[in-house]
Design a binder for this molecule. Structure first.
Ligand code: 1GP
Length: 279
């Protein structure tokens, strides 16, 4: 966890509120504060590791190399993760490695289900899949997983999650009423709903390995109405695609699939370099 990150009780990036004594707002934790501060400077790249694809040792090595290539956040999770023990082992290995490297990069859970909680992480993206057709993915899994998060005492970052397009594991497993990539106005109304529900983070997801990343038009339209942390992922493998998402308002670009290719460090470095000139 970044030791320098101060704790804060402000509700959004653009407003500060002083709560009445005894009626404190839900505090924004150190990881979220760090991400907000960090992305004010530049958009950042998050390395996403699916424990289904890596052994704990491999995951630690890939995370370490991704950080050396400029990734500023490590996300761990996946749509089909069934083995919570495996998740724990991967998170622990990555966390230890990151701590040894003294890189101060947060290791954050990106759960697809109740199996996605690990007490070894710095924080969890506590998300609701807003365009699922199944209430389980909107609030059921969250209720079932909440006790584990509470017991673990890990920081929770409230997040709206929106899935675009079809033919990806995320859209299939999440049983989504998929947002049409060519209709940014539909993404806008969901983003406004997320904002009014108090979700301080929003993830626009095209799905891992998608041939069609979230469009620049959609990112731009959402950015106009949503002032929280904006995460974009799915199918981003080039500096050009990352730059386009950053230019249109993304704060965090998530890279997953690319990390499974040997020699990913080169293209990843190009991606992270391309993000440095966008604020
Ligand atoms: C998937 O958005 C992430 O949840 C990352 O997608 O694996 O295509 O990089 P990729």
């Amino acid at each position: 966890m970044p030791p320098s990150a101060p704790t804060s009780t402000s509700t959004t990036r653009s407003s500060t509120t002083t709560p009445e004594p005894g009626r404190e707002l839900i505090a924004i934790g150190p990881v979220e504060t760090h991400l907000i501060q960090r992305t004010k400077k530049d958009p950042i790249c998050a390395a996403l590791l699916d424990p289904e694809n890596f052994s704990p040792r491999q995951a630690a090595e890939v995370a370490s190399n991704a950080i050396k290539a400029g990734a500023s956040l490590v996300l761990i999770g996946g749509s089909t993760l069934a083995n919570q023990g495996r998740l724990d082992a991967v998170v622990k290995a990555v966390r230890n490695h990151v701590a040894r490297d003294k890189s101060q990069v947060p290791v954050v859970l990106f759960p697809g289900n109740i199996t996605g909680v690990s007490r070894y992480a710095d924080a969890i993206l506590f998300s609701s899949l807003l365009n699922s057709t199944n209430p389980y993915f909107i609030i059921g899994a969250q209720a079932l997983g909440s006790t584990e998060v509470f017991k673990a005492g890990i920081e929770s970052i409230p997040m709206g999650y929106l899935i675009f397009g079809n033919n990806t594991a995320a859209s299939f497993i999440g049983q989504v009423n998929s947002l049409p990539p060519s209709k940014p106005e539909l993404a806008v109304i969901y983003s406004l709903a997320a904002k009014y529900l108090g979700m301080r983070t929003l993830y626009l997801e095209a799905g891992s390995g998608s041939g069609e990343p979230v469009s620049p038009q959609t990112i731009r339209a959402v950015r106009k109405v949503y002032d929280g942390l904006l995460i974009v992922g799915g199918g981003i493998t080039t500096a050009r695609a990352a730059e386009s998402a950053a230019e249109n308002g993304a704060d965090i670009l998530v890279i997953g699939n690319l990390l499974q290719s040997p020699g990913f460090e080169g293209p990843l470095r190009e991606i992270t370099k391309s993000l440095r000139k966008h604020r």
